[in-house]
Design a protein around this ligand. Structure first.
Ligand SMILES: O=C(O)CCC(=O)C(=O)O
Ligand SMILES: [Fe+2]
Length: 422
């Protein structure tokens, strides 16, 4: 008899991620379980969480119906090509550093706070879509604040410390519906590669096809859930606010050979202008392990796989940049290093670094003009940082290298300018 072939990647670990039953009347015990899971895994599943199961079922049904619509109808809520935001429908095919591709269609739309909702990106296929999503947003916000409350107390702080650190009532909840098509060649594709989420905390539900895996003790653990559980993933900003006490859960999504899979993560995240760093009370006795970031900048750096701790450890990061895989990534690293150095070093050092970096990053000087323009375009698409007055004409090799510090800073005003490349 033929051996049965698994239709998805299987994790290598027999253990399961922690499960916390929120209906346990002993709240102390529940809080301790949440804190422990966040310290050790950065990920756990909550059951009996109070979010109505029927509401979750309906949310999934409506999202599934949207992805079953003809492409043309889905495009009614497409992400505009020139958008600097994630909201809208996209179909996405990416290649990661190891040559393995990821492929999934997404729909992003904010669900909270009401002032940040743009209904233009909400599907119109069912009259219930709006009500169900609004109701779900309220439930997830309640759950999120409860969990952040326990996590704050676990740090010896008042209940609202983490919520306030993330922006208080301005915290945004971003719904993402992911549609993973079947993938006959599992070795070629991932749904989502190995990563940590860049927001504060994530709440994920999915359909009946398993696919989410957690990385723990160098092994991949399959996350098993049914209709009733919600997977909670501690993300980067809670890790940073807690000065590293809580872990940012490492995870990935695999695909299935024969079945489609859908998942619904909701990302709780700061407003783009909000600054997040280790909470001040936690760095009285301990040194801060992370530097504070305006969330917009953090998001930009992480999404472009750029170094995040450059101010505290410049040298190793310069070397890391040199090792960055792929020309485009090296180019972005290169320009980023130039900007960072320009802001912190003298003009002589900047040009000197520019030259050595162009050698160690394998960028021949004749490519510099192109590099500059490529990077400017990256900034333009994401809209998260900007240059003033940079054009292909103004960045010939000589002007690029000989700009005095003041002018260099003016041209590459990384943090201050609001103007985008024309
Ligand atoms: O689909 C999943 O289970 C995981 C998705 C995910 O990790 C993400 O979108 O950040
Ligand atoms: Fe994720």
């Amino acid at each position: 008899m033929a051996e049965s072939v698994p239709s998805k990647f299987q994790g290598t670990s027999p253990v399961d991620i922690p499960i916390v039953d929120l209906s346990n009347p002993n709240e102390d015990l529940v809080a301790r379980a949440v804190v422990k899971a966040s310290e050790t895994w950065g990920m756990f599943q909550v059951v009996n969480h109070g979010v109505p199961i029927e509401l979750m079922r309906r949310l999934k049904e409506l999202g599934t119906e949207f992805f079953e619509l003809p492409e043309k109808e889905k495009e009614a809520v497409a992400r505009p090509a020139d958008s600097t935001d994630l909201e809208g429908y996209t179909t996405d095919y990416k290649k990661d550093g190891e040559g393995r591709k990821t492929w999934a269609d997404h729909l992003f739309h904010r669900v909270w706070p009401p002032s940040r909702i743009n209904y233009r990106f909400w599907p119109k296929n069912s009259p219930d879509y709006r009500e169900v999503n609004e109701e779900y947003a309220k439930e997830i916000k309640k759950l999120s604040e409860k969990i952040m409350g326990w996590l704050s107390e676990g740090l010896g702080l008042h209940r609202d410390a983490l919520k306030e650190g993330l922006g208080g009532e301005k915290v945004e909840y971003l719904m993402k519906i992911i549609f993973y098509p079947p993938c006959p060649k599992l070795e070629l594709l991932y749904g989502a590669p190995h990563h940590t989420d860049l927001n504060g905390i994530t709440f994920l539900i999915a359909d009946e096809v398993d696919g989410l895996q957690a990385y723990q003790d160098n092994k991949w653990v399959d996350v098993k859930y049914d209709d009733s559980g919600i997977v909670v993933i501690i993300a980067d900003q809670i890790k940073r606010m807690s000065n590293g006490r809580y872990k940012s859960g490492e995870h990935r999504a695999t695909m299935d050979m024969v079945r489609t899979r859908l998942s619904w993560p909701v990302f709780a995240e700061p407003n783009l202008d909000h600054v997040v760093g280790p909470l001040p009370e936690l760095v009285v006795d301990d040194a801060p392990k992370f530097k504070p970031y305006v969330y917009r900048e953090y998001k930009f750096l992480k999404m472009n796989k750029l170094p995040l701790e450059i101010e505290t450890t410049p040298l190793p990061l310069l070397l890391d940049a040199g090792k960055a895989r792929g020309r485009r990534r090296r180019e972005i690293c290169y320009i980023f290093l130039m900007v960072s150095l320009a802001l912190s070093q003298s003009s002589r050092l900047v040009s000197c670094f520019a030259l050595t970096q162009s050698v160690s990053l394998d960028l021949v000087p004749s490519k510099l003009e192109q590099t500059f323009v490529v990077s400017a375009q990256v900034f333009k698409t994401t809209g998260t940082a900007s240059f003033t007055g940079v054009s292909r004409k103004s960045c010939t090799r000589s002007t690029f290298h000989l700009l005095p510090y003041s002018e260099f800073a003016l041209h590459m005003c990384f943090r201050l300018s609001q103007e985008r490349v024309a």
